[in-house]
Design a protein around this ligand. Structure first.
Ligand code: COA
Ligand code: AMP
Length: 632
């Protein structure tokens, strides 16, 4: 099939408002919008102003009323608990309506915040949609974050209620969540009125009298409540993501633009029809989980898979193939790191042959740049198109993709193909001048951003402006670097800030440096992301000790590793550090982290002309060699 991409992209360019107004027909509105795009406040564009809808109605009630009541909405597939459960649209709507009743009973109303700190269980989806049902704003916090990270989010979001569980389950261990939650509430200055705790049979948690309530107990007597109409521009959720410091950014998602963009993406990008099974193997705590485990598949009337397991070890590297074939998934969406882990454990792909994967049409990868080797490996084993596509928590849906639903382009491994309709992507030099094809520069998106992208940061318009709008006036700064080739394909190569991607998890090296610097023995430090065969990147730390510290270096290093795990969480995968005498800096005092990274990766590097003392570079080389870098 020849691609309709050019025609559709052209149609969007010539009439963006008409384009999105047409896409908005896929959504049920209680009241039509007054304006498709409100541009009255420069930089702070709002979509479908005046429109009134309810996102939960659009994901559940609409389908129940429209003939999908008995279709499976969610398949919960949990190799770690050996449970597999199917939930129909009607059952999910009823559970959500009852949990919404619980929230209302405990005083949660439109605009109130609810933090959800939960593992990969159906109740997490129920809690998210229950918030949407009553116009409350959810903020899901990834389970791999420690108390301190959770406390930061509690302080910023100021939730009335926190919904959590007694534990999460990793492949080989039970992770008690309740002590982490209690620790976070102790640390936080804002205190929730109540916590609702889902007790899991693997580990029950003690409840705090007067504050905590069991999920089962509150649900027992709950009356269902109906959907509350909200403004299109009202926030649906806040999702915190790493910024360039230890303070996370609260990405806001609105109701109207979000529903329209996600519904549009399912057919046009992913090529999926209502009624089909769609699987995003991600975590509900990340943007992919929000958009493509919960909202988009349900808005589109698909069956979504909620997988509580890993690509390997639960029980073997055939786990993904078992889930696809058993559940008849049409699309798999995951991060390249998952495939690298599978490839490590099953290099020949023998497990693929054990399952009938004829149902699978397309594999989508995102979250980090997909190295061409992994893409080709997946292509050869699965024999379906493997589509690398690029997006960010901030955008909430893909910016660059091979839009399969519009007719696929040839795949170029290493490129995310072309800008998705809705996004005017440009490559600029540091002075804001547009660069020709083939030249690497700053990737920016011309304003306005399309529906579904963040309208601002929670309670922080100034931060939104400073982080995204001020560097290149008229453009959104992605903080990614890359280029466009002669065929118009987009190549996203690296970040321009201190964000690293560890096993598809977005982390700030600046945040880790803040933790290391808080250790009493540390005078200064640098954390850089170095290449890792499985996780893509992992952080390593170099620390300079305070004068007079005479404690054993191994002990200090193990304390530093423990400190990052305790303050940020195990997900940071911070396990490697070395003590150095000094750090290489420019004469203006900037640590040359980029040079350190290139040295560790074994890439070519130049000693910056402005370095204050070239000898420090030699010392760093020796320290890296002591850690086994560059890897051979
Ligand atoms: N709760 C508590 N702990 C968690 C957790 C959670 N929800 N998620 C991860 N952790 C812990 C892990 O147990 C591990 O702890 P350890 O250091 O004691 O072993 C640590 O955090 C790092 O976890 P992870 O990054 O998942 O590494 P891993 O070695 O356990 O698994 C992969 C590696 C590649 C298999 C795994 O990262 C993966 O499946 N990644 C896919 C990523 C993804 O879906 N990204 C979303 C974007 S699409
Ligand atoms: P997150 O907000 O966690 O989704 O991380 C977003 C960042 O991950 C982007 O800014 C990119 O740096 C990186 N990223 C995500 N997908 C891709 C991709 N397909 N190719 C290259 N980089 C990607």
């Amino acid at each position: 099939m020849s691609s309709r991409y050019g025609e559709v992209y052209g149609r969007w360019c010539s009439d963006p408002e008409g384009f999105w107004a047409e896409a908005a027909q896929a959504i049920h509105w209680y009241r039509q919008w007054d304006e498709v795009l409100d541009s009255s406040r420069p930089g702070f564009h709002r979509w479908f102003r005046g429109g009134v809808l309810n996102t939960c109605y659009n994901t559940l009630d609409r389908h129940v009323l429209g003939g999908r009541a008995d279709q499976i909405a969610v398949i919960y597939d949990s190799p770690v608990t050996r449970v597999r459960k199917q939930i129909t649209y009607r059952e999910l709507r009823d559970e959500v309506a009852r949990f919404a009743g619980v929230l209302v009973r405990y005083g949660v109303g439109r605009g109130d915040r609810v933090i959800i700190y939960m593992p990969m269980v159906p109740e997490t989806i129920v809690a998210m949609l229950a918030c949407a049902r009553i116009g409350a704003i959810h903020s899901v916090v990834y389970g791999g974050f420690a108390s301190n990270e959770l406390a930061t989010r509690i302080n910023d979001a100021q939730p009335k209620i926190i919904v959590s569980a007694s534990c999460g389950l990793e492949a080989s261990r039970v992770i008690p969540y309740k002590p982490l939650l209690d620790g976070a509430i102790d640390l936080a200055t804002a205190k929730p009125e109540h916590c609702i705790i889902l007790q899991r049979p693997e580990l029950e948690a003690p409840l705090v009298n007067g504050r905590d309530m069991g999920w089962a107990a509150v649900m027992a007597g709950s009356q269902p409540v109906d959907c509350v109409p909200v403004e299109a521009t009202d926030p649906l959720y806040i999702l915190y993501t790493s910024g360039t410091t230890g303070v996370p950014k609260g990405v806001v998602r609105d109701n109207g633009g979000h529903a329209v963009a996600l519904a549009w993406s399912m057919k046009n990008i992913y090529g999926v029809d209502p009624g089909e099974v769609y699987w995003a193997a991600s975590d509900l705590g990340w943007a992919v989980g929000h958009s493509y485990i919960v909202y988009a598949p349900l808005l589109h009337g698909c069956t979504t898979i909620l997988y509580e397991g890993k690509p390997v070890g639960t029980p073997d590297p055939g786990a993904f193939w078992r889930v696809i074939s058993q559940n008849q998934a049409r699309v798999l969406f995951t991060a390249p790191t998952a495939f690298r882990a599978i490839k490590r454990d099953d290099p020949a792909g023998d497990y693929v042959g054990k399952y009938d994967l004829s149902c699978l049409r397309t594999l989508f990868l995102a979250g980090e740049r997909c190295d061409p080797d992994t893409l080709v490996w997946a292509q050869e084993r699965l024999r379906v198109p493997v589509i690398d596509h690029w997006w960010q928590t901030e955008t909430g849906w893909p910016v660059g993709a091979n839009c399969v639903g519009l007719g696929q382009f040839p795949v170029k491994p290493g490129s995310c193909t072309k800008p998705v309709p809705g996004y005017d992507v440009r490559i600029l030099d540091d002075h804001g001048r547009e660069l020709p094809a083939g030249q690497i520069g700053n990737i920016v998106i011309r304003l306005p951003l399309p529906p579904g992208c963040l309208p601002t940061l929670w309670n922080n318009d100034a931060g939104f402006q400073a982080s995204y709008l001020s560097a290149y006036p008229g453009y959104y700064q992605t903080s990614d670097a890359g280029y466009r080739d002669e065929d118009g394909y987009l190549w996203v190569m690296s970040r321009t800030d201190d964000i690293i991607n560890v096993a598809g998890h977005r982390l700030s090296t600046g945040g880790m440096e803040e933790v290391l610097a808080s250790h009493p023995c540390v005078a200064e430090c640098a954390v850089v992301g170095v290449a890792d065969e499985i996780k893509g990147e992992i952080p390593i730390g170099l620390v300079v000790l305070r004068a007079g510290v005479d404690r054993a270096q191994e002990v200090i290093i193990s304390e530093l590793v423990g400190l990052v795990r305790e303050r940020i969480g195990p997900v940071a995968s911070f396990k490697i550090a070395a003590v150095v005498k000094r750090l290489p800096k420019t004469r203006s005092g900037k640590i040359v982290r980029g040079t350190i990274k290139r040295m560790a990766d074994g890439a070519e590097y130049r000693i910056p002309a402005t370095i204050d003392d070239p000898l420090t570079i030699e010392e760093i080389g020796e320290a890296l060699a002591g850690l086994g870098y560059p890897r051979r």
